[in-house]
Ligand binder design. Structure first.
Ligand SMILES: CC(C)(COP(=O)(O)OP(=O)(O)OC[C@H]1O[C@@H](n2cnc3c(N)ncnc32)[C@H](O)[C@@H]1OP(=O)(O)O)[C@@H](O)C(=O)NCCC(=O)NCCS
Length: 199
């Protein structure tokens, strides 16, 4: 995985009905520790990182790279969206394509925030890199992620075995703005930490 080197970054904050999407800042560090150390968040992502290690090793401004959006609700971070280049993806259908991933704090689940944020980020990508299809990989057992992928218009390309479980690879066509996309596909990256560009 590589960042979206060719986009202009950081972007102007993106405002949706309830949320703001923006590049990370120093004030997000505690929320990043919480997010990356959460067993619930990483139940289908190869397990969490140790809190002490995160406290020690995360930079003052974590995860500030082109394509990494902090999702903010009422002034506080509730999640992260990751739009990356799937360089070296093990499935040829996904290799080199734009790839969507999403991580939200458990207290923010069940309100439609992930759907709202991902739709806005996909619209942003459609403007930044017109005509790009987007891929998403998630464990098929990750029911919330599978529902989100379907809502965003991702459709199944294939299922495959990796990291000891069935993975679902979805793709969303280049028809751009999420609201106008046909019922298609969108999926999130379940690449193990060591393969996720330093995550
Ligand atoms: C995957 C993940 C982002 C999904 O979060 P989520 O909150 O379930 O997703 P959504 O934003 O789509 O919210 C949908 C739920 O909010 C409910 N909801 C409540 N108010 C809503 C509103 N105003 N609008 C839309 N949905 C609303 C929906 O009914 C739905 O509930 P349901 O799942 O019980 O059917 C979250 O579980 C997560 O962060 N998991 C850990 C990380 C992970 O596994 N990522 C995937 C691989 S990268």
């Amino acid at each position: 995985m590589e960042d979206l080197a060719s986009v202009s970054w950081p972007p102007e904050p993106i405002r949706t009905e309830r949320l703001v999407l923006r590049a990370s800042e120093a004030r997000d560090r505690a929320a990043f520790v919480e997010l990356l150390a959460s067993p619930e968040v990483h139940a289908y992502l190869g397990g969490p990182r140790a809190r002490a290690e995160l406290e020690r090793e995360l930079p003052a401004v974590p995860e500030r790279w082109p394509g990494s959006f902090v999702v903010e609700l009422d002034g506080a971070m509730i999640g992260q969206l990751l739009l990356r280049r799937a360089t070296g993806h093990r499935r040829p259908a996904a290799a080199g394509k734009a790839d969507l991933g999403y991580l939200f704090l458990p207290r923010a689940w069940g309100h439609g925030y992930a759907t709202e944020a991902c739709a806005a980020a996909l619209d942003w990508l459609a403007d930044a890199l017109p005509g790009e299809p987007v891929v998403l990989t998630t464990q098929s057992a990750n029911a919330g992620s599978m529902r989100l992928a379907a809502k965003l218009g991702f459709t199944e390309v294939e299922r495959f075995e990796a990291w000891g479980s069935e993975q679902w690879l979805g793709m969303r066509g280049p028809l751009a703005p999420s609201g106008r996309a046909p019922q298609g596909s969108c999926s999130a990256g379940v690449i193990p930490r060591r393969e996720r560009g330093g995550r």
